[in-house]
Design a protein around this ligand. Structure first.
Ligand SMILES: Nc1ncnc2c1ncn2[C@@H]1O[C@H](COP(=O)(O)OP(=O)(O)OP(=O)(O)O)[C@@H](O)[C@H]1O
Length: 532
C-alpha cells in the first residue's frame, strides 16, 4: 500500500507533470509507470491509454473534447472495468467481452505479460471504497477542468493547453511529488518561459476590462461636468417680450390698414378718372397735367397732413389754366358735395369797387366754413382761386395765412388752386427761345422754366413760396385746331376739317423756324365758333 497510495494520489496530475517535463511524451513512457496508466484507465479521463491503443496518438494530446465525454461516462459509472465489473475487477476483461478497444485491453496486448499482472495486482489490492474515492476525486477534477474551459471560451485552443499545463506545473511544485529538481525546474521555467507572459496577459486582460469599465464611468462623468447643469434650463416667459411682440403685430396691422386706406382714398376721389379726363380734354399741356395729378395723388392718399396743398397754375392767356380749374371743380363736385368745392373769381367775388376788408372777411369766412364742414365729414375741400393776379395785396396776405402749416387740422386738410397769368411773359419767352428743342415737354425743361418763373411769382407775393408752381406753356396751332373741333362738337356743329383749319389760321401766332404758337391760346375759339 505504501507504493500504491502515492500512485492513487498522483492520478492525472502525475501523468500531466511528466507530459510537461517531456513535452510530448508518448504513451509508452507514461505506461512505463504502471500505476498511472492503470489509474488513467480506471478513471476513464486520461487519453494516454487511447493513444496506446491507436499507437499513434501522443500522450500529450489532452483534447478537451475527448476528455469531457470520458469524465461524464466516469460520473455515470459506465466505464468498463468499474461499473461493468461490479466486484471491482479490472475493466479489461469486460471490454474484451464487448469487443471494444479499451485501454487496458490494448496495454495487455502490447505490454509484456510479466508486467501486467504486477500492475493489476497492485490495483486489485486497493479496496473498492478507496478506488471509488479516487474515481470521485478525478470526476470532480474533470468537472472543474470543464468549468475552466467554459469560463475562458474566447481563448485559443493552444492557449488553453498552455494555461492548463501551467496550472498543473504549479500543482506539482506544490505537492513536491517529483522532488526539488522538478519544482525548481518548474519554478524557473514558470518565471522565464512564455507561459508567464500569457498568464499575465490574461490578468492584464481582466485588468483592461476593469479599466474599460472605469473609463466608461469616467466618460459618463465627462458628459456631465461639475459646473454644468444636468437638466435643460426652464424657459422663462418674459412679459416684456410678449408685449413687444404684441406691439409689433399691432404696428404691422396699422401699417397694413393705412396702406388699404390709401387705396381707399384714391378710389374715393377717383383720381384715375380725373387723370383720363384731363389728358382727353386739355390740349398741349401734358407735362402740366401730369404734375397736377401727381400732386393730387400724393396729397389725397391720406387724410392727415402737415400743411395744405397749394398748386399755382401760371402761364400766358388762353392756354387752359381756367379750363383745368373748371375740370377739377366739375370732377370733385361729382365726387363730393358742392359744399366742399369753392370757385373764387376775383373779378366776380371781389370787384374793384368793393372794400378790400370786405373781400378779406368774405374769403376768410368762406374758407373757414368749408374746412370746418369738411373736417367733420373727413373730406378735403377744394378751393379754386382764379384771376389771382387781380387780388389786392391785403387779400393775398389773408390768403397766405391759410397756407401756413401752424394751424389746426381742418385748415391743413385743404387744396388750393391758384390760377393767374403772373409769369406768363417769362414762360412765353422761354418757349419761343427753346421752340426747336424737345426739352419743353421733358422734366429737364420744366425745371429750367420753373427756375425762371418762381422768382417772379415770389416777387409778386411771398405766398407763392409755399406753392407748387405748374407752368402752362404756349399752345401750338394743332392744339388750337383741336380746341375748335371740341368746341364745335360741344355746340353740335359738324366738324369740317378744312373749315376748322381756315378758322384756326385767322388767329395770330408766334412763328418760329418750324412751329406756330398761338398768342391768345384757345381764348378766341369760343368767340369764333359762336359766329358760325
Ligand atoms: N389747353 C387747352 N385745352 C383745351 N381747351 C383750351 C385750352 N386752353 C384753352 N382752352 C379753351 O379756351 C378757353 C379759354 O381758356 P382758359 O380760360 O382756360 O384760358 P386761361 O389760360 O385761363 O387764360 P386767362 O389767363 O386769360 O384766363 C377755355 O374755355 C377752353 O375751352
Amino acid at each position: 500500500m505504501d507504493e500504491e497510495l502515492p500512485c492513487a494520489e498522483v492520478d492525472g496530475e502525475a501523468y500531466f507533470a511528466m507530459e510537461d517535463l517531456g513535452g510530448e511524451k508518448p504513451c509508452e513512457e507514461s505506461d512505463a509507470e504502471d500505476v498511472s496508466c492503470t489509474e488513467s484507465d480506471a478513471a476513464g479521463d486520461m487519453p494516454c491509454t487511447e493513444s496506446d491503443a491507436g499507437g499513434d496518438m501522443p500522450c500529450a494530446e489532452t483534447n478537451p473534447k475527448e476528455e469531457a465525454p470520458r469524465a461524464e461516462s466516469s460520473v455515470e459509472g459506465e466505464m468498463p472495468g468499474t461499473d461493468g465489473n461490479g466486484e471491482g475487477e479490472m475493466p479489461c476483461a469486460e471490454s474484451d467481452a464487448k469487443g471494444e478497444a479499451s485501454c487496458c485491453e490494448t496495454d495487455e496486448e502490447e505490454e509484456p505479460a510479466t508486467e501486467i499482472p504486477a500492475a493489476s495486482r497492485r490495483m486489485y489490492s486497493i479496496s473498492s471504497p478507496l478506488r471509488a474515492i479516487i474515481r470521485l476525486r478525478r470526476r470532480y477534477r474533470g468537472q472543474k477542468k470543464s468549468r475552466l474551459h467554459l469560463e475562458l471560451p474566447r481563448e485559443k485552443p493552444s492557449e488553453l493547453v498552455h494555461t492548463r499545463l501551467l496550472q498543473r506545473q504549479l500543482s506539482l511544485s506544490r505537492t513536491g511529488l517529483y522532488g526539488p529538481s522538478v519544482s525548481l525546474f518548474n519554478q524557473s521555467s514558470f518565471e522565464s518561459s512564455q507561459y508567464f507572459t500569457f498568464d499575465t496577459s490574461v490578468e492584464q486582460c481582466a485588468m483592461k476590462k476593469c479599466r474599460r469599465k472605469k473609463n466608461r464611468r469616467k466618460s459618463r462623468l465627462v458628459l456631465y461636468p461639475d459646473k454644468t447643469k444636468r437638466y435643460l434650463p426652464a424657459e422663462e416667459t418674459s412679459k416684456a417680450k410678449r408685449c413687444l411682440v404684441l406691439l409689433i403685430v399691432i404696428i404691422f396691422f396699422q401699417i397694413l390698414n393705412a396702406i388699404e386706406n390709401l387705396d381707399d382714398n384714391l378710389q374715393k376721389y377717383d383720381l384715375d378718372g380725373l387723370e383720363k379726363t384731363m389728358h382727353r380734354e386739355v390740349f398741349g399741356q401734358k407735362a402740366a397735367v401730369e404734375s397736377i395729378m401727381e400732386l393730387l395723388k400724393d396729397y389725397l392718399a391720406t387724410h392727415i397732413h402737415s400743411k395744405p396743398l397749394v398748386i399755382s397754375l401760371n402761364g400766358p392767356t388762353g392756354v387752359g389754366k381756367s379750363h383745368v380749374g373748371w375740370l377739377l371743380a366739375k370732377h370733385f363736385r361729382s365726387i363730393m358735395d358742392n359744399d366742399f368745392v369753392l370757385q373764387y373769381f376775383v373779378m366776380h367775388h371781389c370787384p374793384s369797387g368793393m372794400a378790400p376788408l370786405t373781400c378779406e372777411i368774405d374769403l376768410s369766412k368762406k374758407i373757414s366754413d368749408m374746412v370746418t364742414r369738411a373736417e367733420i365729414e373727413e373730406k378735403i375741400p377744394l378751393f379754386i382761386l382764379d384771376e389771382v393776379e387781380l387780388m389786392s395785396p391785403v387779400l393775398l396776405d389773408t390768403l397766405s395765412r391759410f397756407f401756413e402749416p401752424n394751424q389746426t387740422n381742418e385748415f391743413l386738410n385743404a387744396i388750393y388752386i391758384l390760377i393767374s397769368n403772373i409769369g406768363g411773359g417769362e414762360i412765353t419767352k422761354f418757349v419761343i427761345q427753346n421752340a426747336s428743342a424737345e426739352m419743353l415737354h421733358q422734366q429737364r425743361g420744366v425745371e429750367e422754366l420753373l427756375s425762371i418763373v418762381q422768382p417772379v411769382l415770389i416777387d409778386a407775393h411771398p405766398l407763392w413760396k409755399s406753392a407748387d408752381i405748374i407752368p402752362f406753356v404756349l399752345l401750338e396751332k394743332t392744339h388750337v385746331i383741336n380746341c375748335f373741333l371740341e368746341e364745335m362738337r360741344r355746340e353740335g356743329l359738324y366738324p369740317d376739317q378744312k373749315h376748322v383749319e381756315s378758322l384756326a389760321s385767322q388767329l395770330s401766332y408766334y412763328t418760329t423756324e418750324d412751329k406756330q404758337y398761338s398768342r391768345m391760346g384757345c381764348k378766341q375759339v369760343v368767340a369764333k365758333v359762336n359766329l358760325l
